[in-house]
Design a protein around this ligand. Structure first.
Ligand code: ZN
Length: 243
């Protein structure tokens, strides 16, 4: 069986549809949070997730911000503006869905969070130093997380030796065995690892394999939607750069 793992869709419905079309056969979808924020189609993105019915759907900091569960002090001006705009677009049904999302998914085989096991909604796992203490907070062989918008993986051994998270190549396969792993499938709607293509991962729990994937989408279309919505220019331009 295959699981489609998506994170940080950020209301970029064009990118999300491209991922769904490219992913091939999958039986389950797991969403690691930040369905909304930054992008031009928040309500429609929540509706699409509801329609797909993911087995796991977690909350992210932008989902919380959009429903007023998080102070916006730490958001930069563009992100703050986009959050107010997002909140104004959401209907009650969207709000209720976002309200109900958990911040963790824990099974014997895996842990799912948006940020990190230590701070599920907030912490950015970007370095070995941040990753290391988090390995002690889950017992499963793998923890999938998002939030940084950077597709990567790091093993507990690498973290202990101070080796930076590794950025996989397109379609790279990773076997889950040996030391524990933290894996980030990257961001569907706003990649920041220098590759503007939408990022996601396919996970085969039976064989213990994770495949990192990228797919091109119509970036100009999302940018046009953002422009018409009056969203901040830096948020529009960054999509084409993958930063
Ligand atoms: Zn995000």
């Amino acid at each position: 069986m295959a699981v489609l793992i998506v994170s940080d869709i950020h209301a970029n419905l064009v990118a999300f549809e491209a991922v769904l079309a490219a992913a091939g056969d999958y039986e389950e979808i797991w969403n690691l949070g930040d369905i909304v924020g930054y992008g031009p189609r928040p309500g429609e993105s929540v509706d699409r997730i509801i329609e797909l019915g993911p087995q796991y759907s977690l909350t992210g900091n932008h989902d919380w911000a959009a429903i007023g569960r998080l102070p916006l002090d730490e958001f930069n001006p563009a992100a703050r503006f986009a959050t107010y705009w997002t909140t104004a677009q959401l209907q009650t049904s969207h709000m209720e869905y976002l309200e109900g999302l958990p911040n963790r998914g824990i099974e014997s085989a895996f842990m799912l969070v948006h940020g990190s096991p230590r701070h599920p909604v907030w912490e950015y796992v970007t370095t070995a130093r941040v990753a290391l203490p988090n390995f002690e907070l889950f017992d499963s062989p793998v923890c999938f997380l998002g939030h940084t918008h950077v597709q990567m993986y790091i093993s507990e051994d690498d973290a202990r030796r101070g080796i930076a998270p590794r950025q996989p190549g397109d379609t790279d396969l990773l076997e889950i065995r040996g030391p524990k792993l933290i894996i980030n499938p990257g961001s569907v709607g706003q990649p920041r690892d220098g590759d503007p293509r939408a990022a996601y991962a396919l996970y085969d729990p039976r064989r213990g394999l994770v495949q990192f994937r990228r797919v091109e989408y119509d970036i100009a279309k999302t940018q046009e939607q953002m422009q018409l919505a009056g969203l901040p220019r830096p948020l529009i331009t960054r999509l084409a750069l993958g930063v």
